[in-house]
Design a protein around this ligand. Structure first.
Ligand SMILES: Nc1nc2c(ncn2[C@@H]2O[C@H](COP(=O)(O)OP(=O)(O)OP(=O)(O)O)[C@@H](O)[C@H]2O)c(=O)[nH]1
Length: 209
């Protein structure tokens, strides 16, 4: 099974761990503790667009607190996919998300990485529209300009969560298969010149002694 490394980045308390737990365990904890360092989980995804293909995400959920920021490169290095999360009720968290986008593009390069911008806690706006502080159009326009995937979700209700990982899975798989096809096309064909040697009949120890 193809495995892909996925990293979650974003400000503290935006709901990174909650998104991962909703995806991996289909559960939600109202009182989740802040992550220390990073947490690792894995989950498989059966791709809807590619019949009979199941991929595995190895997920690194990083800690959003400023004091852990220097650890992040360890987790996004060699990643195939990144979810950059903000909270739709906290405009500062979008600014932080944008700085992660910049850092990834600078350090990793978006050719190598599928990036998805995710606005979380949508349920809060649905309960009371006045708490929304980041307009969907603004975030979506930014995502389009930066060539990022984009979703608004709720880890609490589960709305939109499976869709993120389905779409990310398809993108990383398509990238991988396109890369493999391109490298196969550019590889020179190797001709094997195998000379068959007849074993000498009077040397019974020649091959295994
Ligand atoms: N209403 C609502 N609350 C959420 C949602 N997602 C997370 N929360 C709450 O927000 C708080 C922070 O969630 P976490 O998942 O720990 O956030 P985090 O981004 O992993 O935080 P760090 O580990 O500090 O980086 C918790 O109290 C969650 O219950 C959501 O979709 N809706």
């Amino acid at each position: 099974m193809l495995q892909f490394k996925l990293v979650l980045l974003g400000d503290s308390s935006v709901g990174k761990s909650s998104i991962v737990h909703r995806f991996v365990k289909d559960s939600f904890d109202e009182f989740r503790e802040s992550t220390i360092g990073a947490a690792f989980l894995s989950q498989t995804v059966k791709l809807e667009k590619h019949q009979d293909v199941t991929i595995k995400f190895e997920i690194w959920d990083t800690a959003g607190q400023e004091r852990y920021k220097s650890l992040a490169p360890m987790y996004y290095r060699n990643a195939n996919a990144a979810l950059i999360v903000y909270d739709v009720t906290q405009p500062g968290s979008l600014v932080k998300a944008q700085s992660w986008v910049e850092e990834l593009k600078h350090k990793v390069g978006d050719q190598d990485l599928v990036i998805c911008l995710v606005g979380n806690k949508l349920d809060l706006c649905e309960a009371d529209s006045s708490v929304r502080q980041v307009e969907i159009d603004d975030a979506q326009t930014y995502a389009q300009e930066q060539h990022l995937l984009f979703h608004e979700v709720s880890a609490k209700t589960g709305a939109g969560i499976a869709k993120i990982f389905q779409e990310m899975g398809e993108k990383v798989y398509e990238r991988k298969t396109a890369e493999s096809a391109a490298s196969a096309a550019t590889q020179p064909r190797k001709t094997l010149n195998v000379e068959l040697q007849r074993p000498s009949t009077n040397d019974s120890t020649s091959c295994c002694a």
